[in-house]
Design a protein around this ligand. Structure first.
Ligand code: ADP
Length: 294
């Protein structure tokens, strides 16, 4: 959809007006690359914004949760995050309007800066794992009901719901479920316990964009307080992050020995999400990780 539906236009006008920004006529340029939503650059007489919209009934509360997540990350003052202008539901549609990040070439120390800034984000803590609201990972629901204990949070709120979704959809067989059950019992010996960290939650390279000063900026989060290694696992799983990013992160916020083994465990969550979103092709990687531990 390259033109903005009328109810969204009305909502956007009101969101701009409520911020004291005079609205009026827009020019909209759709962006490719978004997996789920319609999105693009909205040029007004008073600057550019980034707008995303979709059908409200398909993904209830999606942009409300995205707005809260972006704001939580923004308020951490650790990494550039687009400021949210507004979000609303209008007729069949929901939308989110935020600051437009105009891309420039990466600065010379871009990857080191990202490593240091992610470490700063991860040093923001809470008294529990989870969050005060649920959100989405991609288009799938993510349950953030808080828990005091990380490993049971990771099993019950992350692995199990995705596994069940895959089994119910006929994508994941009982043999895989049995292997996960064996793995769960081993997790206390494999994973390490740390205090909760504010995590982006969906940190693949497509969700790190370059801002107008050549600095990193994070978009499209699936925020919660979790183990910081979940973000590192995601960067490694899908690649695109340079060595100097990991070195700068380690220097700023060292991880405990044995990281690689734990990252494999944390990759299981985004891999299951991918099985559920994109099909069984990702199951091979799930099985190969399970073979290493079970
Ligand atoms: P979706 O939720 O549909 O996956 P994203 O939030 O990932 O969509 O955005 C899709 C693309 O739009 C991104 O890859 C990026 O290129 C661009 N984009 C997203 N947010 C902004 C923004 N605030 N400013 C500029 N471009 C953005």
């Amino acid at each position: 959809m390259s033109s903005i539906p009328e109810p969204v236009v009305r909502g956007v006008n009101e969101a701009l007006q409520s911020q004291g920004i005079a609205s009026g006529s827009f020019r909209f340029t759709a962006t490719g690359g978004g997996c789920i939503n319609n999105g693009g650059r909205l040029q007004t007489g008073h600057g550019s914004y980034f707008l995303k919209w979709n059908y409200a009934r398909r993904f209830p509360g999606m942009f409300d949760a995205e707005a809260k997540g972006l704001t939580l990350l923004f308020d951490a003052h650790a990494i550039r995050i687009p400021a949210v202008v507004g979000t609303d539901v209008r007729d069949d549609y929901q939308f989110i309007l935020m600051e437009f990040i105009a891309p420039a070439a990466r600065s010379r120390n871009y990857w080191q800066a990202l490593g240091r800034q992610l470490a700063a984000l991860h040093s923001v803590s809470w008294d529990q794992f989870g969050l005060d609201h649920n959100n989405y990972i991609g288009s799938l629901a993510q349950n953030n009901t808080p828990a005091r204990e990380w490993i049971s949070f990771f099993i019950e709120r992350r692995l199990e719901p995705q596994l069940k979704f895959g089994v119910d959809a006929g994508r994941i067989g009982k043999d895989v479920v049995t292997q996960f059950e064996i793995l769960y019992r081993k997790l206390p010996d494999i994973l390490c316990v740390e205090k909760p960290s504010l995590v982006h939650g969906d940190l693949w390279s497509g969700n790190v964009i370059v801002d107008d000063s050549g600095e990193p900026c994070l978009i499209d989060p699936a925020v919660y307080y979790g183990h910081r290694e979940v973000d590192l696992a995601m960067t490694e799983l899908f690649g695109g992050f340079e060595r100097s990013f990991y070195d700068a992160y380690e220097e700023a916020f060292p991880t405990q020995p044995g990281l690689e083994e734990r990252l494999d465990i944390y990759k299981l969550y985004p891999l299951l999400v991918h099985v559920n979103l994109f099909g069984g092709g990702y199951l091979g990687e799930v099985r190969s990780i399970l073979r290493r531990f079970v």
